[in-house]
Design a protein around this ligand. Structure first.
Ligand code: BTN
Length: 273
C-alpha cells in the first residue's frame, strides 16, 4: 500500500472531487478519495463523467502544495504523466497525453480517449493553498459500456486488450508514480521533460483561437513544437515565431478533436482545424 496517502474508499458517491472539495480544509495533504461508482461524476467544461459500477479508476487527490500559483499546471502535468505511465506499464500499450490533460491512445491513426483529469485549485496571496486533482481512467468497461463519443471515441484498457485489470493495483501504481514526480517538483524541477515525451500533440499542425474574456481574440496557426516549463504549448507559426499558448481545445490536423481546458488563466485557447 502506498506510503503517506490517506485513502477514503467508496462503493458509491456523488463525486470524489466534490467530496474532497467539501472537506478540503479539514483533510491533510495527500488525501485520496476513490469510488467504484459516481452518481454525479464531473468532467471538464461542466460535462458529466459517467462509468458503470466497478469499471473505471476514479480517484481524486487533495494536496496543499503551498507553491507559487504559476506552478498550478505542474499538478495536471504530474497527474497526466503518472496516469499514462501506469496504464502503459500495466498493458504494454503506447498510452499518451493530448495537451493538456487527456489520456489517449492512437489506434489506426485515430485518437481514442481513455481518461481525463479535472484540476480545481484554490489560491491565496499568490500561493496554491489547495488542489483537487480528479482522475478518471477507463479500465474494465466493455466497448458497449463506453460513453458515446462527443469529440473523440472513448476506449478502455479492456476494450483494447480484452483483459481485465486490477484497479487497486493500478491505484497503487498511480499514487506511487505521482509521488515520484511530485517530489521532483518540490525540488523545483518542472515535469516538462517527462510530460513532453508523451504528448501526442507535438509535431502536429494546429490552429489555436486565443480567447479573451470568453471571446475569440485571435488565431495562431502552426506546428506544436514543444511545451515550456509551465506547461504552455509552443506553436511555431509559418513566419518562424514561437507563440506560447496557455489553454485550449485542440483539434489535431487530420485527427479527431478532444477538448481541453486549463483553468490557470482568464485567457483560453481554442484549437481547430
Ligand atoms: C475530463 O473531463 O476528461 C476529466 C474527467 C475527470 C473525471 C474524474 S473521475 C474522479 C473525479 N471525480 C469527478 O467527479 N471527476 C473526476
Amino acid at each position: 500500500m502506498e506510503q503517506g496517502w490517506t485513502i477514503h474508499r467508496f462503493e458509491q458517491i456523488d463525486s470524489t472531487s466534490t467530496w474532497l472539495k467539501d472537506r478540503a480544509t479539514l483533510e491533510p495533504h495527500k488525501t485520496a478519495a476513490v469510488a467504484d461508482f459516481q452518481s454525479a461524476g464531473r468532467g471538464r467544461l461542466g460535462r458529466q463523467w459517467i462509468a458503470p459500477p466497478g469499471t473505471a479508476l476514479m480517484v481524486s487527490l487533495l494536496l496543499h502544495p503551498n507553491w507559487q500559483v504559476e506552478r498550478g499546471p505542474w499538478l495536471t502535468m504530474i497527474a497526466g504523466v503518472a496516469a499514462a505511465e501506469t496504464l502503459a506499464y500495466a498493458s504494454g500499450l503506447n498510452i499518451q497525453l493530448k495537451w493538456p490533460n487527456d489520456v489517449v491512445i492512437e489506434l489506426g491513426g485515430e485518437l481514442h480517449k481513455m481518461g481525463g483529469i479535472l484540476q480545481e485549485v484554490e489560491t491565496d496571496n499568490g500561493r496554491l493553498t489547495q488542489a483537487i486533482i480528479g482522475i478518471g481512467l477507463n479500465i474494465n468497461m466493455n466497448s458497449a459500456d463506453l460513453p458515446p463519443a462527443t469529440h473523440t471515441p472513448a476506449c478502455s484498457l479492456k476494450s483494447i486488450t480484452g483483459n481485465l485489470f486490477d484497479r487497486d493495483l493500478l491505484l497503487d501504481q498511480l499514487l506511487s508514480r505521482f509521488d515520484t514526480h511530485y517530489q521532483r517538483a518540490e525540488q523545483n524541477q518542472s515535469p516538462q521533460k517527462a510530460w513532453q515525451k508523451i504528448l501526442i500533440t507535438l509535431g502536429k499542425r494546429v490552429t489555436a483561437t486565443v480567447m479573451r474574456d470568453g471571446n475569440p481574440a485571435h488565431k495562431i496557426e502552426g506546428i506544436a513544437t514543444g511545451v515550456d516549463e509551465w506547461g504552455r504549448l509552443l506553436i511555431e507559426t509559418d513566419s518562424g515565431k514561437v507563440e506560447p499558448v496557455v489553454a485550449g481545445d485542440v483539434t489535431l490536423r487530420g485527427g479527431t478533436s478532444i477538448q481541453n481546458t486549463h483553468k490557470s488563466s482568464t485567457d483560453g485557447t481554442d484549437f481547430t482545424d
